[in-house]
Design a protein around this ligand. Structure first.
Ligand SMILES: [Zn+2]
Length: 252
């Protein structure tokens, strides 16, 4: 038996046998929201899903279907946005964790490709899941961004990445048919002093919807960054499982 499975394609006997041996799940979480004129609304979901599959291949666990609506409050009112409220999102994460605990899953990795999600997941774990002793939850954005930012040829907008070089490169590696490079253009919206210190969000100051320079993106960088991200994320997950005495790879 391989140490990972795509749960979406598994049958009842397959998932039951897998969960018995490897009671670990990876939930990719993304967002359905604008990514400018050159990337699709589904961008974060595609990245989350692929990062989860690549992470699982390098570690252990069943990859669940992507939770494809996230916390996208900043884009509310902009066409294409779907967002849950803060408390709705927390309740969904709790319900998924409880569903899994109900059939014996011991650890869940909520793996995000959307920057606003981990904060809510953190509170869901603390406030809603902490009293359960039958399932542990690890929560993180995919790792490797520091390396990707260091290797990127464009500079970062403020403190965020959105529809710029990194996301565009990852999408060129994952779903090139959905990337319209002929429409990609750099955009660095000015940052008011109270940005991040008031209700002002990216949605208020956006222009094209891009924050950075997507024109520097290539599929080759995307493939390399996907590899870096998945390798580092798998290491985090394996370390977490080992520290809690849940799993150690054979021969390790
Ligand atoms: Zn995104």
């Amino acid at each position: 038996m391989t140490t990972w499975i795509d749960a979406r394609e598994a049958t009842l006997p397959e998932i039951a046998a897998f969960a018995e041996r490897y009671p670990f799940a990876i939930l990719p979480v993304g967002s359905f929201e604008q990514h400018g004129p050159h990337l699709p609304l589904d961008t974060d979901n595609r990245i989350a899903e692929r990062m989860a599959l690549e992470t699982a291949r390098r570690s252990v666990g069943m990859v669940l279907p992507v939770l494809n609506v996230g916390y996208a409050w900043v884009w509310r009112g902009h066409p294409g946005t779907l967002t849950f409220r803060f408390d709705t999102y927390m309740a969904i994460v709790r319900d998924i964790a409880e569903s899994l605990a109900g059939w014996g899953v011991k650890a869940l990795f909520v793996l995000s490709a959307h920057g606003s999600n981990p904060q809510l997941v953190k509170h869901a774990i603390r406030e809603l899941i902490h009293e359960r002793h039958d399932i542990r939850v690890l929560n993180s954005l995919y790792l490797g961004l520091d390396t990707m930012l260091a290797e990127a040829q464009s500079h970062r907008w403020a403190n965020d990445i959105h529809a710029e070089e990194i996301e565009t490169a990852l999408m060129l590696a994952i779903a090139p048919e959905l990337v319209h490079m002929e429409r990609a253009a750099a955009d660095y919206p000015p940052v008011p002093d109270d940005y991040g210190r008031s209700e002002l969000s990216m949605g208020h100051i956006m222009r094209s919807g891009v924050f950075g320079d997507p024109t520097q993106a290539t599929a080759e960088k995307g493939r390399r960054w996907l590899e870096t991200g998945a390798a580092r994320t798998a290491e985090l997950w394996l370390g977490y499982l080992a520290r809690h005495g849940l799993y150690r790879p054979e021969g390790a």
